[in-house]
Ligand binder design. Structure first.
Ligand SMILES: [Zn+2]
Length: 187
């Protein structure tokens, strides 16, 4: 069943440094779908892995999470993102996931296998055109991030952080270009 992105529940997370923060969420079967705008991208977790704990409730123990950082995108974009992340959960990508495998693959200018499998999962739910549109819109966002930093570099030079950002966005751009190529070849 398709999710409707109605974030009708709220949890309070107590972070390791002591501060509290509320998060809206809803249940999709037994998966927690939460809205966390402080992140730069959506992601999935096999269990709650923020640096803190959800207060006063054990219903979240051993539950998988999908974290959406931007819920103001149009519905199709949101659904593609959702199904890509759901794919990571359903295809068992998360049990030993540390992010290193993907980062290493990106540094070698390759695509981590799990990203291709999750794209295929989204493709099967959403179809070719929507999945391609979704990846193209991510690509154009990344393109803008790269161009803005290159422009800044020419004008004023980049800080160390800025340089790292430029490398990271270029790698991400290259990854999405390859993912698009693979999705275009799917039947
Ligand atoms: Zn992914």
């Amino acid at each position: 069943m398709e999710p409707i992105f109605f974030f009708d529940k709220e949890m309070i997370v107590k972070f390791a440094d002591g501060h509290h923060r509320p998060y809206k969420y809803f249940w999709y079967d037994d998966i927690v779908v939460m809205y966390a705008p402080e992140f730069g991208n959506a992601f999935a977790m096999d269990k709650f892995r923020f640096n803190g704990e959800i207060i006063g409730d054990d219903q979240f123990v051993n539950k998988s999470f999908i974290v959406l950082n931007d819920i103001k995108k149009d519905k199709v974009h949101l659904l593609c993102t959702f199904y890509h992340e759901l794919g990571h959960i359903k295809l068992n990508h998360l049990k030993d996931y540390t992010g290193e495998g993907r980062a290493e693959a990106m540094a070698r200018d390759e695509v981590y296998y799990a990203e291709l499998e999750a794209d295929k999962y989204a493709f099967e739910k959403m179809g070719r055109n929507k999945t391609i549109d979704w990846l193209e819109s991510i690509l154009s966002w990344l393109e803008n991030q790269v161009l803005a930093r290159e422009h800044e570099e020419e004008l004023r030079g980049l800080s160390e952080q800025g340089k790292e950002g430029l490398v990271k966005y270029k790698q991400a751009r290259s990854e999405v270009m390859k993912r698009l190529e693979v999705v275009r070849g799917l039947k």
